[in-house]
Design a protein around this ligand. Sequence first.
Ligand code: SF4
Length: 135
Amino acid sequence: MTAEPGVFIRAECLKCGLCCMETEMVLLPEDISVIVELGYQVQDFAVWSEGYWRLKNVDGHCYFYDPAEGTCKIYRYRPLGCRIYPIIYVEGVGPAVDDVCPLSDTITSEEWRTGLKLLKKYLRLLKRHYRMSKR
Ligand code: SF4
């Protein structure tokens, strides 16, 4: 297996699962490849919606969220957008910290800087892949 655990910006997480409820997280082809390499089928964890591949919800939460354990089943390999969270991109506003996360006000300046770098990469890849797929 060539899938590598990805970097993530936060060491601290309450495992509340709020960010995994009714997710609309957009998946990069790179994310999909890593998850498929773990043995999952695309049709089980992703849906094509509004021009993007997105994480699929089951019973109101992400396919990968385990409510009994309060954990992500693919945590070390989770999609780039999930790793950047709670930093998000708000249309017309720009990068922001999602206040749905109970720890949103504890983001350090280092986490913000790392998050912004990853967010730029994520947006660049989204543009590249989804623009190409629409040609
Ligand atoms: S992939 Fe993991 S971290 Fe991302 S929304 Fe699903 S359960 Fe949550």
